[in-house]
Ligand binder design. Structure first.
Ligand code: ATP
Ligand code: MG
Ligand code: MG
Length: 385
Protein backbone atom coordinates (compact mmCIF):
# COMPACT_ATOMS: atom_id res chain seq x y z
CA UNK A 1 0.00 0.00 0.00
CA UNK A 2 2.94 2.30 0.52
CA UNK A 3 6.61 2.08 -0.34
CA UNK A 4 7.72 3.88 2.83
CA UNK A 5 9.26 1.87 5.68
CA UNK A 6 8.04 2.65 9.21
CA UNK A 7 10.57 2.66 12.06
CA UNK A 8 9.05 2.08 15.51
CA UNK A 9 10.67 3.17 18.77
CA UNK A 10 9.67 0.37 21.12
CA UNK A 11 8.85 -3.26 20.43
CA UNK A 12 6.31 -4.06 23.15
CA UNK A 13 2.75 -5.22 22.57
CA UNK A 14 1.64 -1.93 21.01
CA UNK A 15 4.48 -2.09 18.49
CA UNK A 16 3.63 -5.74 17.85
CA UNK A 17 0.03 -4.88 16.98
CA UNK A 18 1.13 -1.98 14.73
CA UNK A 19 3.39 -4.48 12.92
CA UNK A 20 0.42 -6.84 12.48
CA UNK A 21 -1.67 -4.07 10.94
CA UNK A 22 1.20 -2.89 8.72
CA UNK A 23 1.77 -6.46 7.51
CA UNK A 24 -1.78 -6.72 6.17
CA UNK A 25 -1.16 -3.55 4.17
CA UNK A 26 2.21 -4.93 3.05
CA UNK A 27 3.95 -1.96 4.67
CA UNK A 28 7.48 -2.65 5.92
CA UNK A 29 8.40 -2.00 9.58
CA UNK A 30 11.69 -1.89 11.50
CA UNK A 31 11.73 -2.11 15.30
CA UNK A 32 14.17 -0.53 17.77
CA UNK A 33 14.16 -2.39 21.10
CA UNK A 34 15.82 -5.30 22.91
CA UNK A 35 16.31 -8.55 20.96
CA UNK A 36 13.24 -10.80 20.86
CA UNK A 37 10.89 -8.07 22.11
CA UNK A 38 7.19 -8.82 21.38
CA UNK A 39 7.10 -6.90 18.08
CA UNK A 40 10.28 -8.54 16.78
CA UNK A 41 8.94 -12.03 17.52
CA UNK A 42 6.27 -11.79 14.81
CA UNK A 43 8.40 -10.14 12.14
CA UNK A 44 11.67 -11.64 10.95
CA UNK A 45 12.87 -8.45 9.23
CA UNK A 46 16.08 -6.57 9.84
CA UNK A 47 15.61 -4.77 13.18
CA UNK A 48 17.77 -2.65 15.47
CA UNK A 49 18.77 -4.07 18.85
CA UNK A 50 19.16 -1.25 21.37
CA UNK A 51 17.32 1.38 23.36
CA UNK A 52 14.70 3.89 22.22
CA UNK A 53 16.37 6.37 24.60
CA UNK A 54 19.82 6.12 22.98
CA UNK A 55 20.57 8.76 20.27
CA UNK A 56 22.96 6.44 18.38
CA UNK A 57 20.41 3.62 18.29
CA UNK A 58 17.67 6.01 17.14
CA UNK A 59 19.98 7.28 14.37
CA UNK A 60 20.59 3.68 13.29
CA UNK A 61 16.83 3.09 13.11
CA UNK A 62 16.39 6.31 11.12
CA UNK A 63 18.93 5.10 8.54
CA UNK A 64 16.68 2.10 7.82
CA UNK A 65 13.29 3.81 7.49
CA UNK A 66 11.37 6.75 6.02
CA UNK A 67 8.90 7.50 8.82
CA UNK A 68 9.61 7.20 12.54
CA UNK A 69 6.89 6.61 15.11
CA UNK A 70 6.64 5.55 18.76
CA UNK A 71 4.78 2.95 20.77
CA UNK A 72 5.79 4.64 24.02
CA UNK A 73 6.10 8.34 24.94
CA UNK A 74 9.10 7.93 27.25
CA UNK A 75 11.57 8.33 24.38
CA UNK A 76 14.32 10.82 23.61
CA UNK A 77 12.34 13.75 22.12
CA UNK A 78 15.49 15.87 21.54
CA UNK A 79 17.02 13.21 19.30
CA UNK A 80 13.75 12.93 17.37
CA UNK A 81 13.67 16.73 16.92
CA UNK A 82 17.25 16.69 15.58
CA UNK A 83 16.39 13.90 13.14
CA UNK A 84 13.31 15.75 11.95
CA UNK A 85 15.54 18.72 11.04
CA UNK A 86 17.57 16.41 8.79
CA UNK A 87 14.42 15.52 6.84
CA UNK A 88 13.26 12.30 8.53
CA UNK A 89 9.48 12.23 9.02
CA UNK A 90 8.51 11.79 12.69
CA UNK A 91 4.90 11.13 13.81
CA UNK A 92 3.52 12.35 16.08
CA UNK A 93 5.83 15.39 16.13
CA UNK A 94 8.74 15.44 18.61
CA UNK A 95 7.17 18.59 20.11
CA UNK A 96 3.91 16.71 20.78
CA UNK A 97 5.83 13.84 22.40
CA UNK A 98 7.85 16.33 24.49
CA UNK A 99 4.72 18.05 25.82
CA UNK A 100 2.81 14.84 26.53
CA UNK A 101 5.68 12.93 28.19
CA UNK A 102 5.69 15.52 31.01
CA UNK A 103 2.20 15.23 32.53
CA UNK A 104 2.38 18.72 34.10
CA UNK A 105 3.48 20.36 30.88
CA UNK A 106 0.69 18.44 29.14
CA UNK A 107 -1.80 19.96 31.62
CA UNK A 108 -0.45 23.50 31.00
CA UNK A 109 -0.75 22.95 27.26
CA UNK A 110 -4.34 21.69 27.56
CA UNK A 111 -5.35 24.60 29.84
CA UNK A 112 -3.92 27.08 27.33
CA UNK A 113 -6.18 25.48 24.68
CA UNK A 114 -9.30 25.65 26.84
CA UNK A 115 -9.54 21.90 27.52
CA UNK A 116 -11.08 20.99 30.93
CA UNK A 117 -8.50 19.35 33.25
CA UNK A 118 -8.15 18.97 37.04
CA UNK A 119 -6.59 21.94 38.83
CA UNK A 120 -2.87 21.20 39.24
CA UNK A 121 0.16 22.83 40.89
CA UNK A 122 3.82 22.17 40.53
CA UNK A 123 5.77 20.95 43.60
CA UNK A 124 8.65 23.39 43.35
CA UNK A 125 11.18 21.26 45.26
CA UNK A 126 11.32 17.78 46.76
CA UNK A 127 10.57 18.83 50.34
CA UNK A 128 7.65 18.25 52.70
CA UNK A 129 7.07 22.01 52.98
CA UNK A 130 6.85 22.46 49.19
CA UNK A 131 4.48 19.51 48.85
CA UNK A 132 2.21 20.88 51.60
CA UNK A 133 2.11 24.31 49.88
CA UNK A 134 1.00 22.70 46.59
CA UNK A 135 -1.46 20.29 48.25
CA UNK A 136 -3.15 23.04 50.25
CA UNK A 137 -3.94 24.90 47.03
CA UNK A 138 -6.18 22.01 45.86
CA UNK A 139 -7.18 20.59 49.28
CA UNK A 140 -7.18 17.01 50.56
CA UNK A 141 -7.50 14.32 49.33
CA UNK A 142 -5.43 15.05 46.25
CA UNK A 143 -3.14 13.09 43.95
CA UNK A 144 0.61 13.65 43.92
CA UNK A 145 1.90 12.68 40.49
CA UNK A 146 5.35 12.21 39.00
CA UNK A 147 5.59 14.53 35.99
CA UNK A 148 7.51 12.02 33.88
CA UNK A 149 7.97 8.28 33.29
CA UNK A 150 4.54 7.46 34.73
CA UNK A 151 2.51 4.39 33.84
CA UNK A 152 -0.03 2.07 35.52
CA UNK A 153 -0.32 4.56 38.40
CA UNK A 154 3.26 3.85 39.51
CA UNK A 155 4.04 7.57 39.64
CA UNK A 156 0.91 8.46 41.66
CA UNK A 157 0.26 8.80 45.39
CA UNK A 158 -3.15 9.65 46.87
CA UNK A 159 -2.50 12.18 49.63
CA UNK A 160 -5.21 11.96 52.29
CA UNK A 161 -3.81 14.70 54.53
CA UNK A 162 -0.64 16.45 55.68
CA UNK A 163 0.20 13.40 57.85
CA UNK A 164 0.94 11.39 54.66
CA UNK A 165 3.30 13.93 53.05
CA UNK A 166 6.47 12.17 54.24
CA UNK A 167 5.21 8.81 52.94
CA UNK A 168 4.34 10.37 49.56
CA UNK A 169 7.84 11.78 49.15
CA UNK A 170 9.42 8.47 50.14
CA UNK A 171 7.21 6.59 47.67
CA UNK A 172 7.88 9.00 44.80
CA UNK A 173 11.52 9.58 45.88
CA UNK A 174 13.30 12.29 43.92
CA UNK A 175 11.04 12.44 40.89
CA UNK A 176 9.78 15.86 39.68
CA UNK A 177 6.22 16.16 41.05
CA UNK A 178 2.96 18.05 40.77
CA UNK A 179 -0.27 17.90 42.73
CA UNK A 180 -3.67 17.34 41.17
CA UNK A 181 -7.10 18.06 42.61
CA UNK A 182 -9.10 14.93 43.47
CA UNK A 183 -11.73 14.16 40.79
CA UNK A 184 -14.71 12.34 42.32
CA UNK A 185 -15.59 10.58 39.08
CA UNK A 186 -18.58 8.29 38.54
CA UNK A 187 -16.91 6.66 35.54
CA UNK A 188 -13.68 6.82 33.59
CA UNK A 189 -14.18 7.32 29.86
CA UNK A 190 -11.74 7.13 26.96
CA UNK A 191 -11.76 8.01 23.27
CA UNK A 192 -9.20 7.09 20.63
CA UNK A 193 -8.61 9.94 18.17
CA UNK A 194 -6.67 9.60 14.94
CA UNK A 195 -5.06 12.71 13.48
CA UNK A 196 -3.99 12.99 9.86
CA UNK A 197 -0.90 14.72 8.49
CA UNK A 198 -3.13 17.69 7.54
CA UNK A 199 -4.51 17.93 11.09
CA UNK A 200 -8.04 16.60 10.59
CA UNK A 201 -9.24 14.24 13.29
CA UNK A 202 -11.54 11.24 13.51
CA UNK A 203 -12.86 10.04 16.88
CA UNK A 204 -13.61 6.43 17.84
CA UNK A 205 -16.62 5.71 20.11
CA UNK A 206 -16.59 6.76 23.77
CA UNK A 207 -15.73 3.76 25.94
CA UNK A 208 -15.77 3.13 29.67
CA UNK A 209 -12.56 1.96 31.32
CA UNK A 210 -12.39 0.16 34.64
CA UNK A 211 -9.03 0.18 36.45
CA UNK A 212 -8.02 -2.18 39.25
CA UNK A 213 -4.94 -1.16 41.28
CA UNK A 214 -4.47 1.69 38.76
CA UNK A 215 -4.16 -0.80 35.88
CA UNK A 216 -6.76 -0.98 33.14
CA UNK A 217 -8.86 -4.10 33.83
CA UNK A 218 -11.80 -3.95 31.41
CA UNK A 219 -13.05 -1.64 28.67
CA UNK A 220 -16.74 -1.45 27.71
CA UNK A 221 -17.51 -0.20 24.21
CA UNK A 222 -19.63 1.85 24.02
CA UNK A 223 -19.64 3.10 27.63
CA UNK A 224 -22.56 1.69 29.69
CA UNK A 225 -25.36 3.88 31.09
CA UNK A 226 -24.04 7.15 29.64
CA UNK A 227 -26.40 9.46 27.73
CA UNK A 228 -25.82 9.92 23.99
CA UNK A 229 -25.09 13.62 24.56
CA UNK A 230 -22.35 12.80 27.10
CA UNK A 231 -20.87 10.14 24.79
CA UNK A 232 -20.75 12.78 22.06
CA UNK A 233 -19.32 15.45 24.35
CA UNK A 234 -16.48 13.13 25.39
CA UNK A 235 -15.63 12.64 21.70
CA UNK A 236 -15.64 16.43 21.21
CA UNK A 237 -13.38 17.08 24.22
CA UNK A 238 -10.99 14.38 22.98
CA UNK A 239 -10.94 15.67 19.39
CA UNK A 240 -10.44 19.28 20.48
CA UNK A 241 -7.54 18.21 22.68
CA UNK A 242 -5.86 16.30 19.85
CA UNK A 243 -6.41 19.16 17.37
CA UNK A 244 -4.18 21.28 19.66
CA UNK A 245 -1.11 19.10 18.97
CA UNK A 246 1.01 18.67 15.86
CA UNK A 247 1.93 15.59 13.86
CA UNK A 248 -0.09 12.57 12.79
CA UNK A 249 -1.08 9.33 14.47
CA UNK A 250 -3.45 7.72 16.91
CA UNK A 251 -3.94 9.17 20.41
CA UNK A 252 -5.64 7.74 23.50
CA UNK A 253 -7.56 10.30 25.57
CA UNK A 254 -8.46 9.35 29.17
CA UNK A 255 -11.27 11.31 30.85
CA UNK A 256 -13.25 11.45 34.09
CA UNK A 257 -17.05 11.75 34.08
CA UNK A 258 -18.24 13.61 37.17
CA UNK A 259 -21.62 13.15 38.85
CA UNK A 260 -23.01 16.41 37.39
CA UNK A 261 -22.17 15.20 33.86
CA UNK A 262 -19.01 17.30 33.50
CA UNK A 263 -16.10 15.77 31.60
CA UNK A 264 -12.53 16.37 32.79
CA UNK A 265 -9.60 15.20 30.70
CA UNK A 266 -7.16 13.07 32.74
CA UNK A 267 -4.29 12.44 30.33
CA UNK A 268 -3.35 11.75 26.74
CA UNK A 269 -1.17 9.02 25.23
CA UNK A 270 0.42 9.94 21.85
CA UNK A 271 0.21 6.34 20.54
CA UNK A 272 -2.06 3.29 20.42
CA UNK A 273 -3.66 2.79 23.84
CA UNK A 274 -5.01 -0.03 25.98
CA UNK A 275 -8.49 1.53 25.90
CA UNK A 276 -8.48 1.14 22.11
CA UNK A 277 -7.66 -2.57 21.91
CA UNK A 278 -11.34 -3.40 21.40
CA UNK A 279 -11.20 -1.67 17.98
CA UNK A 280 -9.33 -4.62 16.41
CA UNK A 281 -12.36 -6.90 16.65
CA UNK A 282 -15.23 -4.43 17.09
CA UNK A 283 -14.58 -1.50 14.71
CA UNK A 284 -14.24 -1.27 10.95
CA UNK A 285 -10.57 -0.27 11.24
CA UNK A 286 -8.38 -1.00 14.27
CA UNK A 287 -6.52 1.73 16.16
CA UNK A 288 -3.30 0.11 14.88
CA UNK A 289 -4.26 0.31 11.21
CA UNK A 290 -5.58 3.83 11.80
CA UNK A 291 -2.14 4.77 13.13
CA UNK A 292 -0.36 3.28 10.11
CA UNK A 293 -2.75 5.06 7.74
CA UNK A 294 -2.33 8.36 9.59
CA UNK A 295 1.46 8.44 9.58
CA UNK A 296 1.65 7.39 5.91
CA UNK A 297 -0.93 9.97 4.82
CA UNK A 298 -3.42 7.26 3.70
CA UNK A 299 -7.18 7.98 3.85
CA UNK A 300 -8.97 8.48 7.18
CA UNK A 301 -12.74 9.02 7.42
CA UNK A 302 -15.38 8.83 10.19
CA UNK A 303 -16.96 5.50 9.16
CA UNK A 304 -13.68 3.61 9.68
CA UNK A 305 -13.82 4.40 13.38
CA UNK A 306 -17.38 3.18 13.93
CA UNK A 307 -18.43 -0.09 15.53
CA UNK A 308 -18.69 -2.75 12.79
CA UNK A 309 -22.50 -2.79 12.91
CA UNK A 310 -25.07 -0.59 14.65
CA UNK A 311 -25.61 -3.23 17.35
CA UNK A 312 -21.95 -4.25 17.88
CA UNK A 313 -20.95 -4.15 21.56
CA UNK A 314 -17.59 -5.15 22.99
CA UNK A 315 -15.70 -5.78 26.20
CA UNK A 316 -11.92 -5.92 26.34
CA UNK A 317 -10.43 -7.88 29.24
CA UNK A 318 -6.77 -7.35 30.05
CA UNK A 319 -4.86 -10.52 30.89
CA UNK A 320 -2.31 -9.78 33.60
CA UNK A 321 0.41 -12.07 34.90
CA UNK A 322 -0.58 -13.88 38.09
CA UNK A 323 1.44 -15.18 41.02
CA UNK A 324 2.13 -18.47 39.24
CA UNK A 325 3.79 -18.58 35.80
CA UNK A 326 1.32 -18.89 32.94
CA UNK A 327 -1.73 -18.62 35.24
CA UNK A 328 -3.09 -16.04 32.78
CA UNK A 329 -3.53 -18.85 30.27
CA UNK A 330 -6.55 -20.11 32.27
CA UNK A 331 -8.53 -17.13 30.92
CA UNK A 332 -7.37 -17.86 27.39
CA UNK A 333 -8.27 -21.57 27.63
CA UNK A 334 -11.83 -20.73 28.73
CA UNK A 335 -12.05 -18.03 26.07
CA UNK A 336 -11.34 -20.57 23.31
CA UNK A 337 -14.82 -22.04 23.90
CA UNK A 338 -16.68 -18.71 24.11
CA UNK A 339 -18.20 -17.41 20.85
CA UNK A 340 -17.25 -13.92 19.73
CA UNK A 341 -14.08 -13.81 21.83
CA UNK A 342 -10.60 -13.27 20.40
CA UNK A 343 -7.33 -13.79 22.26
CA UNK A 344 -4.37 -11.47 21.72
CA UNK A 345 -1.22 -12.67 23.53
CA UNK A 346 1.95 -10.59 23.49
CA UNK A 347 4.74 -13.18 23.89
CA UNK A 348 6.05 -11.78 27.19
CA UNK A 349 7.44 -13.71 30.17
CA UNK A 350 5.01 -13.82 33.08
CA UNK A 351 5.44 -11.41 35.97
CA UNK A 352 2.72 -10.58 38.49
CA UNK A 353 0.56 -7.66 37.22
CA UNK A 354 2.38 -7.54 33.89
CA UNK A 355 0.16 -7.02 30.83
CA UNK A 356 0.46 -10.40 29.08
CA UNK A 357 -2.40 -10.11 26.61
CA UNK A 358 -6.05 -9.20 26.22
CA UNK A 359 -9.28 -10.82 25.12
CA UNK A 360 -11.85 -8.97 23.01
CA UNK A 361 -15.45 -10.12 23.44
CA UNK A 362 -17.91 -9.01 20.76
CA UNK A 363 -21.70 -9.59 20.74
CA UNK A 364 -24.88 -7.84 19.64
CA UNK A 365 -25.71 -6.58 23.16
CA UNK A 366 -23.73 -5.55 26.24
CA UNK A 367 -25.69 -8.10 28.32
CA UNK A 368 -24.44 -10.88 26.07
CA UNK A 369 -20.85 -9.52 26.23
CA UNK A 370 -21.13 -9.54 30.03
CA UNK A 371 -22.40 -13.16 30.08
CA UNK A 372 -19.46 -14.17 27.90
CA UNK A 373 -17.04 -12.25 30.12
CA UNK A 374 -18.37 -14.16 33.16
CA UNK A 375 -17.64 -17.46 31.37
CA UNK A 376 -14.10 -16.36 30.54
CA UNK A 377 -13.49 -15.10 34.07
CA UNK A 378 -14.74 -18.42 35.45
CA UNK A 379 -17.53 -16.61 37.30
CA UNK A 380 -20.61 -18.13 35.65
CA UNK A 381 -22.59 -20.33 37.98
CA UNK A 382 -23.23 -23.81 36.67
CA UNK A 383 -26.92 -24.62 36.57
CA UNK A 384 -27.98 -27.49 38.81
CA UNK A 385 -28.60 -30.74 36.84
P1 ATP B 1 -1.45 5.09 32.60
O1 ATP B 1 -1.01 3.67 32.75
O2 ATP B 1 -2.89 5.23 32.15
O3 ATP B 1 -0.50 5.96 31.83
P2 ATP B 1 -0.69 6.77 34.84
O4 ATP B 1 0.36 6.11 35.66
O5 ATP B 1 -0.26 7.85 33.91
O6 ATP B 1 -1.54 5.65 34.10
P3 ATP B 1 -3.03 8.26 35.73
O7 ATP B 1 -3.78 8.02 34.48
O8 ATP B 1 -2.62 9.66 36.05
O9 ATP B 1 -1.76 7.31 35.88
O10 ATP B 1 -3.87 7.73 36.98
C1 ATP B 1 -4.18 6.35 37.14
C2 ATP B 1 -5.57 6.21 37.71
O11 ATP B 1 -5.65 6.88 38.98
C3 ATP B 1 -6.65 6.88 36.87
O12 ATP B 1 -7.07 6.04 35.81
C4 ATP B 1 -7.73 7.11 37.92
O13 ATP B 1 -8.41 5.90 38.20
C5 ATP B 1 -6.91 7.52 39.14
N1 ATP B 1 -6.72 8.99 39.19
C6 ATP B 1 -5.76 9.69 38.55
N2 ATP B 1 -5.87 11.02 38.77
C7 ATP B 1 -6.92 11.18 39.59
C8 ATP B 1 -7.58 12.31 40.19
N3 ATP B 1 -7.12 13.56 39.99
N4 ATP B 1 -8.66 12.08 40.96
C9 ATP B 1 -9.13 10.82 41.17
N5 ATP B 1 -8.57 9.72 40.65
C10 ATP B 1 -7.48 9.87 39.86
MG1 MG C 1 -0.19 7.88 31.90
MG1 MG D 1 -3.74 6.97 32.82
Amino acid sequence: MDSKTIGILGGGQLGRMVVEAAHRLNVKTVILDAPNSPAKQIHAGEHVDGSFKDPADIAKLASKCDVITVEIEHVNADTLADLQKTGVEVHPSPETIRIIQDKYRQKEHLISHGIPVAESYEVTESTEAALVVAAEKVGYPCVVKAKTLAYDGRGNFVLKGPENVKEALEFLSDRPLYVEKWCPFVKELAVMVVRSTDGTTVAYPTVETVQKNNICHTVYAPARDVSPSTLYEAQLVAENAIKSFTGAGIFGVEMFLLENGTIVLNEIAPRPHNSGHYTTDACSTSQFEAHVRAILGLPLFPEMAQMRTADTHAIMLNILGGDKPDSELEYCKRSLSVPGSTIHLYGKTTRPERKMGHINIVASSMDECERRLAKISGEDIEEAP
